[in-house]
Design a protein around this ligand. Structure first.
Ligand code: ADP
Ligand code: MG
Length: 693
């Protein structure tokens, strides 16, 4: 057994208690210590003359205690003044012991390390890290930058440093223990150091490496490890994709007469982009292996009809289809669309909600089990409640960004029968820059709809402060007088649905009062789905002029005559989400407007971000720009990044690495296929891997 895989308790000075504390940091075996990298560094390589200190510096100094006292005015504190002949500085302790008071007697020589602050009477250090110097000739400096590690309660830097030092010297004496899984060719190509060098450099950087380079992540050692980690995530998803190819899937050959009849029955002609994507799907479904395709297309690009076409292929081949949407509202809309599109076809479209109870539910489940229902539409409840299919051939997941990687992967096992797996079609309106898609979606094939249906006019977007609310309300009056409809979207801290609903209720009341001639209605996530459905239907039927909503209307909902949208506090939302919200308007004939009504003051970045939205209607451009401005976390939103946890890589700092991931991934498969599994194990751990069981 590799010594690095031994429990950390094997190291000297690590007792049972420390073992438990380390476990909280995810450190169990010796190798984990090696990959527990510093959070930051401290520079104790030189002693600063006290006279040269400036506010804000973090520095090592050396001097004699001149004076010590306990101040009891205000907050009790121990004050100690030291000097080195070039100047004075005060040390301040709010927590101190009697012993401390005694050891810091005037005349004592000490070294201190802390940030320099502006005190009441000159410079000061608060709670400095200090040491009494017994031998004045001994050096107080360190030869290298001092690593500062992430800690957990009860664990000290010192204990951790000592443990890591032991682990590192083990590696140094037996370099073969720490296997470098990255092929030589990749290291050469990107000028990366070996794994052993990278690890040593980060734990104990030598003089050639500056503090700045470590902070901004430009050190090759750090780049290499971040690259390796991203690559591991990419490879683990690609492995799943490759594995899926060995599964059998039903073959949908399609029937020209039936597909033609279907397309002819539509009230519109497919765009070129839609036709291209449909051809890609048809080709996938003719393979005898499960399709795993992601369709990315801007809001309103017409993804639903594409999924219906795929459903038609499955039905024609005698298979059932499951359609999963993130909200009931959206699922209901799909139900209506599918009902209309499949009217002339011999199939039953059913809708499963959590509300469906008793006999109705039993009947529905029975119709799925015996195959008399061809299409089932619903939310994630579809797959949680023991629904059994007669012959499931296709799973469609709409607005997949609402579901995590794990949910997506878990779904693959559903509907598996006798070694046959259904095809999967995944749709998203969150355009993700290509490089990020390589990382997030490398288990999927990607189709892009880069064309909107004809006649769509760009939405005119303005950014205005909330102080102009009265003006906006006035504008609603004029708008409604012209027989046009309006959305008013209340956003609030996304996590709190209750608060968001309350805010929407208040706004609806206020608008009802200020707009007596306008028919105002409210829709929010805490309403029953039947109520929501009724409100949405009434809005569609033009029985409502102004719909006050929370972000529940974010995805998919389609009302062509609504052409003005006010979004309150847009600065709180991600650009992609705002873009999706805005996509609710601009679906009809006339001009459409979106007012982003922010709360002043607006930060510079927020102003820039909203400006991006004002200047572009293209989801891909918006995502790209947001990536440049704020990093991928913002583009994907926490909901989406929440699924990928990195130990070292920081997508904002290391975005440049993404460009090479795909190619390096290819190289791995041809040059070092045997290294893929161990590399994934090292970075993702065997337990947290996106595993398929
Ligand atoms: P999304 O991609 O946002 O899901 P939808 O599928 O909801 O978009 O389509 C938006 C609207 O555009 C729907 O009313 C749909 O019927 C309509 N639509 C889709 N494709 C076309 C087309 N090729 N020409 C005209 N209208 C279309
Ligand atoms: Mg949609």
């Amino acid at each position: 057994m590799n010594y690095l895989n031994q429990p950390v308790g094997k190291l000297t000075g690590i007792g049972a208690q420390t073992v438990n504390r380390l476990k909280r940091l995810g450190i169990c075996v010796i190798q984990d210590l090696i990959f527990h990298l510093p959070l930051r560094y401290e520079d104790r390589t030189q002693v600063y003359p006290i006279g040269a200190l400036r506010v804000g510096m973090t520095a090592l100094i050396r001097g004699r205690v001149e004076f010590i006292d306990i101040l009891s005015k205000g907050r009790k504190s121990l004050i100690c003044k030291i000097s080195d002949g070039t100047g004075f500085i005060s040390l301040k302790f709010f927590h101190f012991s009697a012993n401390q008071h005694n050891t810091l007697k005037p005349g004592t020589l000490i070294s201190c390390f802390a940030e320099v602050r502006q005190g009441f009477a000159g410079l000061e250090m608060i709670h400095p890290d200090y040491q009494v110097i017994s031998n004045p000739d001994a050096p107080v400096t360190e030869s290298r930058l001092t690593p500062v590690y992430p800690l957990t309660e009860g664990l000290s830097q010192n204990t951790l440093r000592k443990a890591i030092k032991q682990a590192l010297s083990l590696c140094k004496s037996k370099p073969e223990l720490l296997v470098d899984w990255i092929p030589e060719s990749i290291l050469k190509q990107y000028h990366y150091p070996s794994l052993a060098d990278a690890i040593q450099t980060l734990h104990a950087p030598d003089e050639s490496i500056s503090m700045e380079a470590l902070q901004n992540g430009s050190v090759p050692a750090l780049k290499r490890l971040a690259f390796e980690e991203l690559l591991a995530h990419h490879l683990s998803l690609r492995k799943i994709k490759n594995k899926a190819k060995v599964w059998q899937a039903p073959e949908f050959t399609g029937d020209k007469t039936i597909t033609k009849q279907f397309l002819d029955s539509l009230s519109f002609k497919l765009t070129g982009a839609q036709q291209r994507v449909i051809a890609e799907i048809e080709a996938d479904c003719r393979q005898r292996h499960p399709m795993m395709r992601l369709v990315q297309g801007d809001v309103g690009s017409g993804k639903t009809i594409i999924s219906a076409y795929a459903a038609l292929l499955a039905l024609t081949a005698g298979y059932q289809v499951a359609v999963m949407a993130p909200t009931e509202l959206l699922a209901e809309q799909h139900k209506r669309n599918f009902d209309a599109w499949f009217e002339g076809f011999q199939t039953k479209v059913v809708f499963l909600t959590g509300q469906l109870k008793g006999n109705a539910r039993k009947e529905l489940l029975q119709s799925l089990a015996d195959g008399s229902s061809g299409i089932i539409i619903g939310t994630h409840a579809l797959f949680q409640e023991g629904v059994n299919f007669h012959r499931l051939g296709l799973i469609i997941i709409d607005e997949q960004h609402r579901f995590g990687v794990h949910q997506r992967l878990a779904l693959r096992e559903k509907g598996q029968q006798a070694g046959i797996r259904p095809h999967q079609l995944v749709m998203t309106a969150t355009p993700i820059p290509r490089t990020l898609a390589m990382l997030q979606y490398s288990d999927l094939d990607i189709s892009i709809i880069d064309e909107l249906p004809p006649g769509r006019k760009p939405i005119v977007t303005s950014v205005i402060p909330a102080e102009r609310r009265a003006e906006v309300i006035d504008r609603i009056n004029h708008w409604v007088a012209k027989k046009r409809q309006v959305y008013w979207v209340c956003t609030l801290i996304e996590e709190s649905e209750v608060l968001q609903c309350e805010a929407a209720e208040k706004t609806a009341e206020l608008l009802t009062r200020s707009l007596p001639d306008v028919r105002v209605a409210l829709i929010h996530g805490r309403m029953k789905s039947a109520e929501k459905d009724a409100v949405m239907q009434a809005f569609k039927n033009y029985q409502i002029d102004l719909l006050v909503a929370t972000t529940v209307i974010e995805v998919g909902v389609d009302v062509p005559d609504a052409s003005l949208m006010i979004i309150e506090n847009p600065e709180r939302l991600g650009l992609s989400q705002l873009h999706q919200l805005r996509g609710r308007v601009g679906r009809g004939e006339g001009d459409s407007y979106c007012l982003l009504m922010y709360q002043s003051p607006l930060s510079d970045t927020a102003r820039q971000r909203l400006g991006i939205l004002r200047d572009s209607n293209d989801g891909f451009v918006i995502a790209e720009k947001d990536l440049q401005l704020r990093g991928p976390g913002e583009v994907m939103g926490t909901r989406q990044t929440g699924q990928m946890h990195f130990r070292i890589a920081d997508l904002a700092r290391d975005a440049d690495l993404l460009d090479n991931i795909q190619q390096a991934g290819d190289q791995f498969f041809t040059e070092a296929p045997q290294a893929i599994q161990p590399l994934c194990d090292r970075w993702l751990g065997t337990a947290t891997e996106y595993s398929e069981v």
